[in-house]
Design a protein around this ligand. Structure first.
Ligand SMILES: NC(=O)c1ccc[n+]([C@@H]2O[C@H](COP(=O)([O-])OP(=O)(O)OC[C@H]3O[C@@H](n4cnc5c(N)ncnc54)[C@H](OP(=O)(O)O)[C@@H]3O)[C@@H](O)[C@H]2O)c1
Length: 317
């Protein structure tokens, strides 16, 4: 089969498309004929092998050379112990281990997969899993009228965070590169801040919820940007901030405010819940561009340069 191959960490140039043997599903796995996959910030981290958690799947080089966690496709075979899915079922989801998806076939345990709703195309479904679960968890508890700031809003995950926060009635400020401001306003942000020009944490504005997809500030600085009762959730970001949060027991609670790292475990229930919201019109997983599989190196170059506004989707032949 044809597959995207990344057998070492490095710039986008390490990515190529090549022939590899078809995977063979174990008794408890399904084989998916992948129709589409999408890229996330985690694929960007797994490309360069940084921060440190990106090397959990291989210290010196990726153990699985095929990148890609989010897929949508059709069950092509099912192991003898699989009872939930049968050949021909349309499924989508995030793969355990966050790799293996950017190939014509992938073998995976079915526990994280959901049935693809007929309302969604394979391309649309592939854009939801990781970003959708992050958005669902990071917007839980937002109330109508809350002031919400989304930092790093212009990449893969931000679109759905903004959409769900707006759906809950929040007033949303989105922070990213200046050239992504039009995109952020189009997808529903009320206001934008260009991170090259202004530091949101230094402004006088205060927020009920900060969702930080690219955490770089100390827990004490972001604490000051919260209103009383406010919550800061670090979804991703720099290793030194994660280490500081680890030293603080992952959470700081003072003056009625909370600063914490948000864990988003892979979950079929969350995927189904956020997909129902997408189908109901609460939010969209904005697609930046669709690349055919053979052009995956160009897709990774776009991702690595941060030129994408929303999700990059890869379509299989
Ligand atoms: N907590 C969990 O359990 C969990 C689970 C899954 C994933 N994650 C993490 O969640 C994060 C997901 O983010 P994503 O997929 O949305 O990432 P993404 O696609 O890389 O988007 C990040 C956005 O932030 C922008 N940005 C870069 N520097 C910035 C700055 N200083 N201030 C504001 N914005 C900045 C980027 O612009 P440029 O492109 O110009 O750099 C990009 O538009 C990843 O770190 C991933 O590892 C966490």
């Amino acid at each position: 089969m044809r597959a995207v191959i990344q057998d070492r960490y490095g710039p986008a140039e390490v990515v190529r498309v090549d022939d590899v043997p078809d995977p063979v599903p174990a008794d408890d796995e399904v084989l998916i004929r992948v129709r589409a996959g999408s890229l996330n910030g985690s694929d960007r981290e797994n490309l360069v092998g940084s921060p440190f958690y990106a090397r959990l799947g291989g210290l010196l080089r990726p153990r699985n050379p095929v990148p890609g966690s989010d897929v949508a496709g059709v069950v092509a075979a099912a192991g003898s112990a699989v009872t939930e899915y049968a050949v021909g079922d349309e499924v989508f989801g995030e793969l355990a281990g966050y790799r293996g998806g950017l190939a014509e076939y992938v073998a995976t345990p079915p526990r994280l997969l959901a049935r693809k709703p007929p309302e969604l195309s394979f391309l649309e479904a592939a854009a939801i899993p990781q970003a959708g679960c992050i958005a669902l968890k990071s917007t839980r508890g937002i109330k109508a009228g809350d002031r919400v700031l989304v930092n790093g809003a212009g990449g893969a995950g931000g679109t759905l965070v903004i959409g769900l926060a707006k759906h809950l009635g929040a007033e949303v400020t989105a922070v990213d590169r200046a050239d992504k401001a039009d995109h952020l306003l189009r997808i529903g942000a009320d206001d934008t801040i260009a991170f090259e020009d202004e530091d949101w944490a230094d402004q006088r504005s205060r927020y009920d919820r900060v969702v930080d997809l690219v955490g770089r500030r100390s827990p004490f600085r972001v604490h000051r940007a919260l209103r009383p009762g406010g919550v800061y959730l670090m979804v991703g970001g720099h290793a030194r901030v994660l280490l500081a949060m680890f030293a603080l027991g992952w959470s700081v609670r003072t003056e009625g405010k909370r600063v914490e790292v948000l864990a988003v475990p892979q979950s079929r229930d969350d995927l189904e819940a956020v997909t129902a919201l997408v189908i109901g019109g609460a939010a969209v997983a904005a697609v930046d561009r669709v690349f055919p599989l053979e052009e995956a190196p160009a897709a990774f170059a776009r991702l690595a340069a941060g030129d994408n506004s929303g999700k990059i989707v890869i379509e299989m032949p």
